[in-house]
Design a protein around this ligand. Structure first.
Ligand code: NDP
Length: 418
């Protein structure tokens, strides 16, 4: 049915590509293109022999002209951006220039946060909007008109969170509630990789997210709190009791716009004490900084140097045991009555490793990336413009989650987070 250019060949992309090959009726032909072509070739060698025809290419997706040249030569129906959030805008520009649909798994953030033009816009947004994370949707929402006029669709953030969590919200609104009052998104990783410190996905993106101030949406505005200052405990199905901390997270921004009348949206993620102690120490000594420093005549970026020292997230697969449990707890009203509802998925690290050679964090992101692409390729989700997952009909996406490895569970009597 379709021909897809996939940019990036890291932890998440590798799972998405495995899943595309399992779904060869939809993904007949794919091209894997990334900065390091040898990784694309190695993955192709592993997956060749199935029905999906695989090609590979080298591309620097920071360079719009390179991406345009690649799109023009391969002529895909869709570009899946599974590189890093830094490349979102260049790849969107290339898609517009070539008349191709676009999708990604994380919203834009700049690599260089000291760049004066970006910094001025960022400081203005911090004051006006009231949250100070480096990433936000404004840069990609600014493309809405251009995509509408070109008759193209850009699907933003089709991973698990963002991604599946928003499909859960759209599903709850469609089938369970007349109005939703509160949404708590709970992201629990009960996995253990045996290292004192490692990140489950790209360390730079992960550490930037976790070390930022927390924030939540309440009564029409953002409330920002110091990083890790709101802690709760929750007893997760099939994982058990965990400490979790309130974080800023990108889907809060779009859900606040798209779930009518919602009063509060919070996001919590579980962390163990060892992770938090290491992170605080690394931050205190400046190792999380993205500002280059000069060391013995050579310029280095501390967080990139740290990335070189930490285990490659892809190498955690064989070592990680345990389960993830990610979902949304809703309160609201149906037929005039108050009700509560919990939708979640439980995923087993070792099962994921057996199936696609990756741990559950990459798996829970890579599967929805494939599903988002499938929604666009099959025309089930098809409207010109720039959209997040909750803006489409959740039913075919929810069905696909059950079919492709992330079945959801529900509870009508969940324990609420205080
Ligand atoms: P990795 O670091 O493992 O992989 C990133 C890939 O992108 C690598 O193959 C890298 O190439 C490639 N890349 C980086 N820069 C460029 C460039 N300029 N041009 C071409 N290719 C480039 O990251 P992950 O797989 O962990 O994460 C991928 C994305 O998924 C990120 O955007 C992340 O934020 C997002 N994510 C989303 C989640 C969700 O639930 N929505 C959860 C987890 C992650 P090289 O091999 O040369 O480094």
């Amino acid at each position: 049915m379709g021909r897809v250019l996939i940019i990036g060949c890291g932890g998440v992309a590798s799972v998405a590509i495995h899943k595309c090959c399992q779904n060869s009726e939809v993904f007949e032909e794919i091209m894997i293109a990334s900065r390091t072509k040898s990784k694309c070739d190695a993955l192709k060698a592993k997956l060749d022999g199935g029905k999906t025809k695989i090609e590979t290419a080298q591309v620097d997706a920071d360079n719009v002209d390179e991406v345009i040249a690649l799109i023009k030569s391969y002529k895909p129906d869709l570009v899946m951006n599974i590189a890093l959030p830094y490349q979102d805008l260049t790849i969107m520009d290339a898609c517009l220039a070539c008349g191709v649909n676009y999708m990604d798994t994380a919203n834009y953030e700049p690599e260089d946060i000291e760049e004066p033009e970006w910094k001025a816009a960022y400081e203005k947004r911090c004051k006006e909007e009231g949250f100070s994370a480096y990433f936000d949707y404004s840069y990609q929402w600014a493309y809405k008109k251009k995509f509408e006029e070109a008759g193209l669709t850009a699907l933003l953030g089709s991973g698990f969170d963002p991604g599946v969590t928003q499909a859960y919200c759209a599903y709850a609104l469609k089938h369970e509630f007349d109005t939703i009052d509160t949404i708590d998104i709970l992201d629990c990783n009960g996995g253990d990789h045996g290292y004192a410190f490692a990140t489950n996905f790209n360390p730079e993106i992960n550490l930037r997210e976790v070390s930022a101030p927390g924030s939540y949406w309440e009564n029409g505005h953002w409330v920002e709190v110091p990083a890790m200052s709101i802690k709760r405990e929750y007893n997760f199905d099939q994982v058990g009791q965990k400490d979790m901390y309130l974080l800023h997270h990108e889907e809060i921004e779009s859900l606040a716009k798209n779930i009518p009348g919602v009063k509060r949206i919070r996001f919590f993620m579980t962390f163990g004490q060892s992770y938090l102690d290491h992170m605080r120490c690394l931050e205190d000594v400046g190792m999380l900084s993205t500002t280059p420093i000069n060391y013995e005549g050579k310029e280095i970026v501390p967080i990139q140097f740290l990335k070189a020292l930490l285990p490659d997230p892809a190498s955690l697969g064989p070592r990680t045991k345990g389960k993830t449990n990610i979902g949304c707890i809703f309160t609201g009203k149906k037929d005039g009555k108050e009700k509560t509802y919990y939708l979640y998925n439980v995923c087993d690290h070792q099962e994921c490793y057996k199936e696609v050679g990756s741990q559950a964090i990459s798996y829970t992101t890579g599967v929805p990336a494939m599903i988002g692409a499938m929604m666009l390729l099959t025309g089930k989700w098809n409207k010109p413009g720039v959209y997040t997952v909750e803006e489409f009909d959740p039913d075919p996406y929810m069905e696909a989650l059950n079919r492709w490895g992330l079945p959801w569970q529900e509870s009508h009597e969940p324990v609420l987070v205080e």
